[in-house]
Design a protein around this ligand. Structure first.
Ligand code: SF4
Ligand code: FES
Length: 240
């Protein structure tokens, strides 16, 4: 067992009550999420955080851990290098209580890019397939596994300064739909992505989003790909 000092943010509805430090014992294999559960079970049942799957699939446990947005359930305490761990709510999102944030601003932006599939030929009864080796498969490789954890949203310096900015995850989602030859909602997405204050032009290519994404999605690459494509919009309209 290793004894850690775990410093966690306290507060609710946007009112900070500073940090509180708890002594927590963890085995080598245990995660920051285990530490949060220990605090709740052994010290303060009212301490609040979010989680669901506990295996890196649902994205709900994302938090700022020692200043970096990460999944608490995928971050072993022993790899953080030290006996003091600080856990804060994800930046750029409103705090509900302690570590739990509202994901509403994240999903408000997500919805703006028409994230759902809109068939190009809704009446068609043909089986639409995407062959291996096609343009879609090539460009979407490594970009399809977003778990909407919000880590990139929290790490984004532009997002911190602009409530209007779509943020990296929504832009990546829009790119996936735009390169899908079966999808037809090109104009709706382009009109949002091309906006001066909210769209892809706001990105400062700081790579913070790419660095923190737990699924290894190359978000900055998606954004710069869209910037190039928007300069010659015909390439987006002609998806073939
Ligand atoms: S792109 Fe990565 S960091 Fe951003 S919400 Fe999706 S999984 Fe999380
Ligand atoms: S609890 Fe689901 S990703 Fe961590």
């Amino acid at each position: 067992m290793i004894r850690y000092q775990v410093r966690v943010a306290r507060g609710e509805q946007g009112i900070s009550r500073g940090h509180q430090t708890f002594e927590v014992e963890l085995e080598d294999r245990m995660t920051v999420l285990d530490a949060l559960f220990r605090i709740q079970r052994e010290h303060d049942p009212e301490f609040t955080f979010r989680c669901a799957c506990r295996v890196g699939m649902c994205g709900t446990c994302a938090a700022s851990i020692n200043g970096i947005p990460r999944l608490a359930c995928r971050t072993r305490a022993s790899v953080l290098g030290g006996k003091r761990i600080t856990v804060d709510p994800l930046p750029n999102l409103p705090v509900i209580r302690d570590i739990a944030v509202s994901m509403q601003p994240f999903f408000d932006q997500w919805k703006r890019v028409t994230p759902g599939f809109r068939p190009r030929a809704p009446e068609s009864t043909e089986l639409a397939t995407i062959p291996e080796g096609s343009r879609y498969m090539r460009l979407s490789k490594g970009k399809r596994d977003c778990i909407t954890c919000g880590a990139c949203f929290g790490a984004c310096g532009v997002k911190a300064a602009s409530a209007e900015y779509l943020g990296p995850a929504a832009i990546n989602r829009a790119m996936l739909r735009l390169i899908d030859p079966r999808d037809g909602a090109v104009e709706e997405r382009v009109s949002v992505l091309d906006q001066e204050r909210a769209g892809v032009w706001r990105c400062h290519t700081q790579f913070n989003c790419t660095e923190v994404c737990p699924k290894g999605i190359t978000l900055t690459e998606s954004i710069t790909w869209l910037q190039r494509s928007l300069l010659r919009k015909s390439s987006l309209r002609n998806k073939a």
